[in-house]
Design a protein around this ligand. Structure first.
Ligand SMILES: Nc1nc2c(ncn2[C@@H]2O[C@H](COP(=O)(O)OP(=O)(O)OP(=O)(O)O)[C@@H](O)[C@H]2O)c(=O)[nH]1
Ligand SMILES: [Mg+2]
Length: 247
């Protein structure tokens, strides 16, 4: 017997080396990844998620995780992966404060790419653009885009509170500015987001929000991305529903 399962798309962005590929793999498979290579372009993993688990509305959804390579070399070409995103996971390295402050720029980059008419810069010179970027207000964006955001800090195992007390702080960070939930974890430890943990619940709630938002846009007739109607067949006999793709 085959059933049809809807999908949503979540993009993971953040500086190169923060751990997006390890995190994506951990979320999708529940396992840690020992030696990831740099991501060129984007790689995709898929997770089967139970929307509103334990309620009468429970329903399976595919969560497509678009792990976008963070290298500066691909800054101009990666906009294509942002199209029809339904949610964003902003990833930073807890031992690298700059990777956290750069998340504003990542949000700006997503919004200013073609295909997203939520926040279109009107200027074109480098100086004007940099000005626009500095004045960019994440809260305003989140309000306009209505796109669920989750902030995830990696390498918690490497944080030495005594030596780096100022590096790790939740208050006033990008999560607070966006009104987003935040998870800190060690991607090398599969128990970090194991079922039943607080962070697994947070993650599951985020997936539910992304799905809910998408269903709402579809009901309101705002949806134009095509992925809810682009359904996939899933063989309930137990075959792997999806492979990792490199785009
Ligand atoms: N100790 C520790 N190492 C981590 C953690 N997460 C990732 N790493 C390591 O950080 C390095 C970079 O991880 P990646 O997942 O490749 O980083 P990325 O963000 O995908 O990088 P790009 O593909 O270049 O954008 C690897 O050596 C990982 O093993 C963590 O939570 N703890
Ligand atoms: Mg990677």
């Amino acid at each position: 017997m085959t059933i049809t399962i809807d999908k949503v798309r979540i993009i993971l962005v953040g500086d190169s080396g923060v751990g997006k590929t390890c995190l994506t793999h951990l979320i999708a498979s529940g396992e840690s990844l020992s030696r990831p290579g740099w991501t060129v372009g984007c790689s995709i993993e898929v997770k089967l998620h139970e929307y509103k688990e334990g309620t009468p509305q429970q329903k399976p959804f595919f969560i497509e995780l678009f792990d976008v390579g963070g290298s500066l070399n691909h800054k101009n070409s990666r906009g294509v992966f942002y199209a029809s995103a339904d949610g964003i996971i902003l990833v930073h390295d807890l031992t690298n404060r700059k990777s956290h402050s750069n998340l504003r720029e990542w949000l700006f980059e997503i919004l200013s790419k073609e295909g997203k008419d939520i926040y279109k810069p009107v200027t074109s010179t480098v100086a004007q653009r940099s000005d626009e970027q500095n004045n960019f207000d994440p809260e305003e964006f989140i309000g306009a885009a209505q796109m669920p955001v989750l902030v995830m800090g990696t390498k918690l195992d490497l944080v030495d509170e005594k030596r780096q007390p100022k590096t790790v702080q939740k208050a006033g960070g990008i999560a607070e500015q966006c009104g987003a939930e935040e998870i800190w974890l060690n991607c090398d430890d599969p128990r970090s987001i194991a079922a039943g943990t607080t962070d697994a619940v947070k993650l599951s709630r985020f997936f539910d929000r992304v799905i809910e938002k998408k269903l709402q846009s579809r009901d309101n007739g705002f949806y134009g991305g095509g992925s809810v109607t682009d359904r996939r067949r899933y063989n309930t006999a137990g075959a792997t529903p999806y492979n990792i793709n490199n785009y």
